[in-house]
Design a protein around this ligand. Structure first.
Ligand code: HEM
Length: 401
């Protein structure tokens, strides 16, 4: 919700009313029952709450649109400071040169937020569940994170800043998200046939779809066809890697999670980026283990999410390391005795120094940390086999082990 609201609705709403937005979108969710598909305005409490929330959302968003339109640059429709979807829609023009009304814009951004909410969160959870249950794939993704973070262009100023290009390079993580999508596609594609047409099965049997009929593409069934996907029930992200590319085996309709054709999902690229940013952040900062059993699928909801709670345990070794060493640095600065040895947990190994600086950079400007290190004149030594991380030898001579 937070990343989507920043990208789609803009920084005003992301920063000023994030809790309120979550609550209002939650009310929209609660108004989505199976009966809503048949009788969307049935006067039941869930629908009343939904409609009230929609109205409130409309008011909040149109207020932002009004402020932007009235601001000097917003009035010209070219406010480059607002790099979000809301501003794109404000700036857009119909073919006859007319701008969209505030109500149209508000309706579109609410629809976009809603289209991506459960789909992306469901796939994020499935991606995590599969990754945490497959140590080999998890190790490959973590190694990819380490490699890409080490060469991320933003690292000197703010080591942890992810940029768009780096996210696009996360091939292993991308394949894992795609494989989670294949196994747990959240949406079915529904189309109306305008004129009759014939389809043929691979055995050569022909079926005619009469014009006017609704056609539901059972994406999940397609994704488990063994002549397209080898061992279709197995989580195997490598099936999308060069050389195998099973998502192309049956032509351009082999992989259908985002549907296809003119009305394919408009948010495909955004979803991948969002889910990858989320897992990149979690995997770079936490050691996570799944402690609940592999979840079953909840088929009774509109979007099949994991049934029940998925429980994980997590710890933040970098933070611990940072706190221990940062505290010692501060003591040193004040001229107090510092510990003879600092021994963070065994997780601190080969890339410890890089990771340490990265973690420290989050607590304060890197310049300050560099200054601290220079003042101290310390040498950090990573002792990988023992998992110890010590500092030694400084010009004051009091701390040499
Ligand atoms: C993992 C996440 C997502 C999945 C699996 C997904 C899947 C789909 C599918 C299958 C359709 C086509 C439905 C049909 O053919 O009847 C669709 C349509 C659409 N999606 Fe998504 N979606 C996701 C995320 C998003 C996001 C984040 C956005 C917006 C930011 C979005 C915006 C849309 C829109 C606007 C359409 C309608 C396109 C049209 O009718 O022309 N989706 N999505």
């Amino acid at each position: 919700m937070l990343t989507a609201s920043r990208c789609l609705l803009g920084k005003e709403l992301r920063e000023s009313v994030p809790g309120k937005l979550c609550e209002l979108f939650g009310e929209l969710d609660n108004g989505l029952h199976l009966i809503s598909g048949l009788l969307p305005y049935l006067p039941i409490p869930a629908h009343r709450h939904r409609d009230r929330a929609r109205q409130r959302l409309g008011e909040i968003i149109t207020e932002v649109i009004r402020l932007r339109r009235n601001s000097s640059r917003g009035a010209a429709g070219t406010d480059e400071n607002n790099d979000d979807m809301l501003q794109c829609l404000i700036n857009s023009r119909y073919k006859d040169g007319c701008a969209m009304t505030d109500a149209e814009i508000a309706g579109l951004v609410v629809a976009l937020m809603f289209a991506g909410k459960h789909t992306s969160s469901g796939v994020s959870i499935w991606t995590g569940v599969h990754l945490l249950s497959n140590p080999n794939h998890l190790a490959a993704v973590v190694a990819e994170q380490d490699r890409l973070m080490a060469s991320c262009p933003g690292r000197t100023d703010d080591y942890h800043r992810l940029d768009y290009d780096t996210v696009q390079e996360m091939r292993s993580l991308h394949c894992c998200v795609k494989e989670a999508l294949r196994l747990h596609s959240p949406v079915a594609a529904v189309r109306q046939a305008y004129k009759h047409f014939t389809v043929q099965t691979k055995e050569g049997k022909a079926y005619t779809i009469p014009g006017g009929h609704m056609v539901v593409s059972t994406i999940l069934v397609n994704h488990y066809l063994p002549h397209i996907y080898k061992d279709p029930h197995v989580f195997d992200p490598q099936r999308f890697a060069p050389g195998r590319e099973e998502d192309k085996v049956a032509g351009r309709f082999s992989f259908l999670s985002f549907s296809a054709g003119r009305h394919a999902c408009a948010g495909e690229s955004f979803s991948y980026t969002q889910i990858k940013v989320l897992w990149s952040y979690l995997l770079s900062n936490f050691e996570i283990k799944m402690v609940s059993p592999f979840p079953e699928t909840e088929w009774s909801t509109v979007i099949p999410e994991p049934k029940g709670k998925v429980m994980v345990s997590y710890r933040r070794p970098l933070l611990l390391t940072t706190v221990v060493i940062w505290t010692a640095l501060q003591k040193r600065k004040r001229g107090e005795a510092c510990p003879a040895a600092v021994a963070p947990p065994p997780i601190v190994q080969g890339t410890a120094l890089v990771r340490l600086l990265r973690a420290m950079a989050r607590d304060g400007p890197l310049e300050v940390i560099r200054e601290q290190l220079a003042k101290l004149g310390s040498v950090f030594m990573a002792s990988a086999p023992l998992g110890l991380f010590k500092w030694t030898g400084n010009k004051h001579g009091s701390c040499n082990k």
